[in-house]
Write a protein that binds this ligand. Structure first.
Ligand code: ADQ
Length: 521
């Protein structure tokens, strides 16, 4: 039998964080869109995940990761020193590429040492990959931290199929050209066999950048996307692959008795008020201050909604070691406290603010209970929160208010209320419209949204991507190696995982949440 074609995922961070605890470490799963999506892919295929541990080199950590209980993939760690972390991660990745690619060039710090570190650390990742990968494997590199990995691997003579997916937007050429290393950056990306971007707009931006900054490459349209051919013959396929969530998993979990009860509890605590929900990673691209100002404006412009609406804003801590993120947290807390100080009375607190990681059950209960999801990033590659909310909306009576600058707006515009997040007055009006929308209209919109999210879920995303890469991975259950074979319990769990029809049956069976209509106020 042929040896299995394994999936080797490479991302900057491994999908969990390690906190020192005396002589050992506490391992906890991390949140974030990339991790949510790739965990779903590893439920289908065996393989290995290569990424930074978030720590300096430590033999204890290496041992700990060798046998991660409960994980569906093997783990290969990369370590960074404090200085490398500062220059490669906080520096090049988060002070240059992240703000620039989100159109926030004034936040960039183009320190030349950052670039040197970026090149070196990409080499280190390539070293780790070449120790693990065989020529028949498929190496799938994720995101902007690691655009040079293919170039490094080609130099080492690795012949396996190399693909790249970028989770953040790709900027327009007028923004991209600000990058001092723009030619090297772009050319290195063209060493992959396949480059995947989130939306058609990102793909278009990439094409124009190639035409402008990689002049000896030729570009031709293909059936889907386009192909870049370089003078020495390498061909790179480029296309858009809008990422998504595991719809069936989210909606089946939302339908369970436990989540239904948790959601009931949330609703009963609201005592008849409408719940507007925000769920965001702490990041200046997510538009948190703008969202809070819009909610403040809603209360000042429409006083009849005071005491009738509560905003629950959940923020997951992120990049807390970077001063700009600490400032953002302070600004967010100041705005929450200002609005609450202005409107709170003995029976109502307008904004409930949660600043921590929530477990999935609690998150789902909030999604299920919320009348409105307010998802207003200033710019976002996709935004999975918008899709998670739709999947959990079993009664189909929630309204999604969505930024036009989220990649998800391309797919969800038919059912969501689309807003410009910089237009604080417009967002306030949209929330008012959402809260007062009649039941039939809500249902029509949400049904539409759920259909779109269900039809283009994370499985479809990974299958389309793998198809485009021309690879056929060995599905998990067919792997012959006993060590890699899933346990019978795990196979049973997979087999029991409800399919679409089962999820739909459970949705119908699940007790409906009681919620008052505005007329009952
Ligand atoms: P992120 O910027 O991390 O991802 P997003 O797509 O919104 O953004 O995903 C956030 C994830 O974190 C969601 O799965 C959500 O459930 C989870 N989450 C948020 N707050 C949480 C909390 N308090 N507790 C627990 N979980 C929480 C990047 C890009 C996005 C792109 C994704 C995937 O920036 O544009 O959609 O990758 O490609």
């Amino acid at each position: 039998m042929n040896s299995p074609k394994r999936l080797i995922v490479v991302s900057n961070r491994l999908p969990f964080s390690l906190e020192p605890d005396g002589n050992s470490y506490v391992v906890s799963p991390s949140s974030g869109g990339l991790v949510t999506a790739l965990r779903a892919v590893f439920r289908q295929y065996d393989g290995c995940w290569i990424g930074w541990t978030g720590t300096e080199y430590s033999p204890e950590v290496e041992d700990l990761l060798r046998s991660m209980p409960g994980e569906q993939f093997q783990v290969q760690p990369v370590f960074l020193t404090e200085k490398e972390r500062a220059q490669f991660y906080s520096g090049f990745s988060n002070e240059i590429v992240w703000p620039l690619f989100h159109d926030l060039q004034s936040r960039c710090n183009f320190d030349p040492d950052y670039w040197d570190s970026y090149v070196r650390i990409n080499e280190r990742f390539a070293d780790r990959i070449s120790k693990v990968a065989r020529d028949e494997d498929f190496v799938w590199v994720h995101d902007y931290h690691l655009t040079r990995v293919a170039a490094c691997l080609r130099e080492r003579g690795l012949r396996c199929s190399l693909a790249f997916f970028q989770h953040i937007p790709f900027p327009s050429p007028d923004i991209f050209e600000k990058l001092p290393w723009r030619e090297e950056f772009l050319r290195a990306m063209l060493d992959f066999d396949l480059v995947g971007l989130q939306t058609a707009r990102d793909r278009q931006n990439f094409a124009i950048c190639v035409e402008r900054f990689a002049r000896d490459a030729s570009l031709c349209e293909s059936k889907s996307g386009f192909v870049v051919e370089q003078s020495w013959g390498r061909r790179t396929r480029v296309d858009s692959f809008p990422i998504s969530i595991d719809f069936e998993e989210f909606s089946s979990l939302a339908a369970t008795e436990e989540i239904t009860q948790l959601a009931e509890q949330v609703r009963s605590d609201l005592r008849g008020r409408s719940l507007v929900l925000g769920v965001d990673r702490l990041d200046y691209t997510k538009g948190l201050p703008e969202k809070l100002k819009a909610f403040g404006r809603l209360l000042s412009q429409y006083p009849e909604l005071q005491r009738k609406v509560t905003l629950l804003q959940v923020v997951v801590p992120s990049r807390e070691d970077i001063p700009k993120y600490r400032d953002l947290r302070l600004e967010t807390e100041r705005l929450v406290s200002r609005i609450n100080g202005q409107y709170t009375d003995s029976s109502w607190v307008p904004i409930h603010f949660i600043y921590r990681h929530l477990d999935r059950k609690q998150l789902l209960a909030y999604y299920r209970a919320a009348d409105v999801a307010l998802v207003t990033p200033l710019k976002d590659g996709m935004n999975l929160v918008a899709k998670e909310y739709c999947a959990a909306q079993l009664e189909e009576n929630g309204v999604l208010v969505l930024s036009e600058f989220a990649g998800a707006a391309w797919q969800l515009q038919a059912g969501a209320i689309i807003v410009n997040p910089n237009d604080v007055a417009g967002v306030a009006d949209a929330v008012r419209d959402a809260v007062l929308m009649d039941g039939a209209e809500k249902q029509r919109r949400m049904r539409n949204l759920r259909r779109v999210v269900q039809q283009s879920d994370v499985r479809q995303w990974s299958h389309t991507f793998l198809d485009a890469a021309g690879v056929e991975l060995t599905p998990r259950a067919e792997v012959p190696d006993a060590k890699m074979r899933p346990s019978p319990q795990r196979l049973l769990r997979q087999w029991l995982r409800p399919g679409a029809a089962r999820a739909e049956r459970e949705r119908k069976k699940s007790p409906a949440l009681r919620r008052p209509t505005p007329a009952a106020w």
